[in-house]
Design a protein around this ligand. Structure first.
Ligand code: ACO
Length: 434
């Protein structure tokens, strides 16, 4: 049940030829208006065309609010700035999944649930051994995540609350270990087990880097990672989240739905942008640091090149996450005593783009991933692990969105229409006559 049911407003009349269709209309709490075109095709024969779902909302949701014109992002009503400053990632995960900030006892129970389910079965890890060492970790993580549904076949019933709760604990508990296993596999290093008693971020860093069973995680690293995970934890109906919902709408289990989200995230136009930004900055550095040439190439459509980490479907003023990350970037590098020349290049590139008419007119600003890679590098996380880090942060958001859909019980299977432009009917021609 929604915190605030959508408010009915005057219906919208769609006039097509001599037919007028009354479309029921409603409004969310931030005055976002919408009308339901579900009956349009039956009554007029028309479907709507909306490239990239840019103006379509198949979802009524209580989870995340985003105002792209004013750079606002809130999880369950709480501004991202406050959560980034004050909360822990696990608290935010609870908030997204359960709708409220946890009380002490609730948080303790949640942490315990994660800890009790964080050990990956040693046999299960064999799945990684099948992959060549140079496999991208996102491929391994997709495979491992969907394989968890085979590891726990008795907990795949999507309307069984106890099973879903267990699955949530396993996903939150085991995904850090799976990320670390993918990383260690690529280096030919043996896997290590999660340690109870460590906070979420320390546990992850220790799964990645512990040698001889020990790794002391500096507090600056823990708080930087905590911040990055919170900033990535949800972002309403983006490509990967919509994928999780679309796959889940067929009643696929939670592991399968999340695995689909991981693949959607991988692309460089979405979560893969953090890796692409770093590769772009390295390329600029290698070729002598010509910022203006990079900006010119990004403006030249024929080049097929875009300024990675710039632009956003929804934010047309600034991305509030990018603002927080940019500030954190300076702080983290200072605290760890790291000088990364790529930070200087990124700042010059940002300044050049923000004063260039092309970027100004098209309202293209740095997004969350423009600076995140520089922090990840400072945390010693290699470039190919940047997108898995995004997936680690996004996990509670994907879970929350899937759970909202399943608990709501009213979502129809996702099944868009199309405009067919292939051949009209033609008769089969036998092979000798072709
Ligand atoms: N560099 C150069 N030009 C750009 C860029 C960019 N980064 N982003 C958009 N444009 C141009 C487009 O070519 C288009 O130009 P046109 O109107 O002349 O055709 C115009 O700006 C509008 O862009 P669209 O691609 O239509 O915007 P859309 O909302 O479809 O795409 C996206 C948004 C995918 C984020 C796009 O800006 C992009 O590709 N950015 C680079 C990749 C990136 O950083 N992705 C991460 C996004 S954040 C996230 O998912 C976590």
């Amino acid at each position: 049940m929604s915190v605030n049911a959508p408010k009915k407003i005057d219906s919208v009349k769609v006039v097509i030829g001599d037919k007028t269709v009354e479309c029921p209309a409603f409004e969310g709490i931030e005055n976002e208006k919408s009308f339901d075109i579900g009956k349009l095709r039956d009554q007029t024969g028309y479907v709507t065309f909306d490239n990239g779902y840019a103006n379509t909302s198949p979802v009524i949701s209580d989870i995340t609010y985003l105002d792209g014109d004013n750079g606002v992002l809130r999880y369950r009503g709480y501004p991202i700035e406050q959560l980034a400053e004050k909360a822990s990632f696990v608290e935010v995960a609870y908030l997204l999944i359960h709708g409220e900030l946890p009380k002490k006892a609730e948080l303790d129970k949640f942490v315990k649930g994660i800890e009790e389910n964080q050990t990956v079965d040693s046999n299960f890890y064999k799945i990684f051994d099948a992959f060549p060492k140079n496999t991208h970790p996102m491929a391994m993580l997709t495979a491992a995540t969907v394989a968890l549904s085979g590891q726990y076949p008795n907990d795949n019933e999507i309307t069984n609350k106890a099973s879903v709760e267990k699955t949530i604990y396993r996903l939150l508990g085991q995904f850090p270990a799976l990320c670390a296993a993918a990383y260690r596999h690529s280096r030919g290093e043996s896997r290590i087990s999660a340690k109870p008693g460590l906070d979420y971020c320390s546990n992850f860093m220790s799964l990645m880097y512990a040698k001889d069973g020990s790794y002391s995680v500096p507090k600056e690293i823990v708080s930087a990672l905590n911040l990055l995970l919170i900033l990535h934890a949800d972002h309403e109906q983006n490509c990967s989240t919509s994928t999780v919902r679309l796959v889940g709408s067929s009643n696929a289990n939670l592991y399968a739905s999340i695995a689909a989200g991981i693949t959607a995230l991988w692309g460089p136009l979405h979560g893969g942008a953090n890796q692409a930004v770093m590769e772009m900055l390295e390329e600029i550095q290698k070729s002598g640091g010509d910022i203006q040439a990079t900006v010119a190439k990004a403006k030249d459509k024929a080049s097929g090149f875009k300024l990675m980490g710039f632009g956003h479907r929804v934010y047309k003023n600034f991305d509030p996450r990018a603002k927080i990350i940019k500030k954190a970037c300076d702080q983290v590098l200072n605290a760890l005593g790291i000088q990364n020349p790529l930070l200087g290049l990124a700042q010059q590139l940002e300044a050049a783009a923000l004063t260039d008419a092309y970027f100004v007119e098209k309202k293209l600003y740095p997004n969350v991933d423009f600076y995140s890679g520089i922090i990840y590098s400072a945390l010693n996380i290699p470039v190919e692990m940047f997108t898995p880090m995004f997936a680690l942060g996004r996990m509670p958001g994907w879970i929350a969105q899937w759970k909202e859909m399943i608990d709501g019980g009213t979502t129809k299977i996702g099944r868009p229409r199309q405009i067919y432009t292939g051949y009209a009917k033609r008769d089969y021609v036998s092979i000798d006559a072709r």
